[in-house]
Design a protein around this ligand. Structure first.
Ligand code: G1P
Length: 355
């Protein structure tokens, strides 16, 4: 079975984090989203993976996946991205007539995807879809399935009036029948070719589309709050592992400190991950925080936040909380008068200042 990871999108809802780097390269619990996707595919036995990219995402995605052991990646261009069915269409040559697992690179599953892949029986079913119960409100912004026993009987994409509250999670298993359904598909909302519409055509043709309910948590990381929550969920599994140096540091609970890092005169309440080579001094780092490799955090308090690699946070008051901070960012405070804010802030940034 082959794998297909979709990583061509622009991640506009995460700007400016995604202005320079595509969403699948954002680290959650100090690991890029796309690595979580590849890990899940490998765990399910898939080692030949097509990665669908666009000219804006190709270089960063390739760089992020470089050196990943034991997997053959093939990069497939989707220019411009025109929906999930279009991504399958441009991958036709790579996929051939084999069955494949399609994985949306911004999706995270607590228990991976092995169960969905194993449920697929060639010749007996034509597709398997992962479904997750959500609220009616949430269903309006996702694909929605109607299920009758062992079969999905209807699928709609982002319905104003959801026919059920079973949402489509971002992993699908298909046999080669899907290609015929994509041929001649009409574009849906925003001119995109929806995979949901192609699967609906499969259902109408009498093919068997099998539902599997997601066990444990599932997260679609479309917005900043989702990344923070995904980071929280992943960090709950953390086990203490202190490789770096500590000096007058109080570490409570599950704390990971990477090699070459220094944590000094600091209190850390886990679960917290501090990347390799980071320096954390005279600081407080609270639960559900991930600090990337090579960061500096000095004279600052940080909690429930994600900080990208090589970022510097120095002398900032009050505590930074629920914040998603990119790579190579500098945030400094100072005690001089007049007390002013001085900023160089990129387009579409969001900053909340409190007295
Ligand atoms: C896509 C699919 C949708 C699915 C969702 C899961 O939507 O079209 O059916 O429920 O992924 O993440 P998107 O998030 O690209 O808008």
């Amino acid at each position: 079975m082959k794998g297909l990871i979709l990583a061509a999108g622009l991640g506009t809802r995460l700007r400016p984090i995604t202005s320079l780097k595509p969403k699948p390269t954002i680290a959650v619990a100090n690991k890029p989203l796309i690595h979580h996707a590849v890990d899940n595919l490998v765990e399910a036995g898939v080692r030949e993976i097509g990665v669908v990219v666009s000219y804006l995402t190709l270089n960063s995605i390739k760089e992020t996946l470089e050196g990943y052991p034991g997997v053959r990646f093939e990069y497939i261009m989707q220019n411009p991205p025109q929906g999930l069915a279009h991504a399958v269409k441009v991958s036709r040559e790579f996929l051939g007539d084999e069955s494949f697992v399609m994985y949306l690179s911004d999706n995270l599953f607590e228990h991976g995807i092995t169960e969905f892949v194993n449920r697929f029986r060639p010749g007996e079913s034509n597709a398997v879809m992962a479904l997750v119960p959500v609220t009616r409100e949430a269903a309006k912004s996702l694909g929605v399935a109607v299920v009758d026993g062992e079969r999905i009987t209807k699928l709609v994409e982002k319905p104003a009036d959801p026919p059920s509250t079973l949402a489509v999670a971002g992993v699908y298993v298909f046999d080669s029948r899907i290609h015929a359904m994509i041929e001649g598909l009409a574009p849906g909302a925003k001119g995109e070719y929806q995979i949901t519409d192609a699967i609906q055509r499969l259902i109408e043709a009498g093919d068997k589309v099998v539902p599997v309910t997601v066990r444990g948590w599932w997260k679609d990381t479309g917005q900043a709050d989702d990344i923070l929550d995904a980071n929280r969920l992943l960090l709950t599994r953390l086990k203490r592992d202190v490789q770096g140096e500590t000096d007058n540091a109080t570490l409570i609970g599950e704390v990971v400190i990477g090699a070459g890092a220094l944590v000094k005169d600091t209190t850390v309440f886990g679960p917290v991950i501090i990347g390799a080579g980071a320096r954390v001094e005279r600081a407080y780092v609270g639960p559900f925080t991930a600090i990337g490799d090579g960061c500096t955090v000095r004279n600052a308090e940080l909690e429930y936040s994600v900080v990208g690699n090589r970022t510097v946070i120095d002398g900032v008051k009050p505590r930074i909380q629920a914040s998603l901070i990119g790579e190579d960012v500098t945030i400094t405070g100072h005690d001089s008068r007049p007390a002013t804010h001085r900023m160089v802030v990129g387009d579409e940034s969001r900053i909340a200042l409190h007295e």
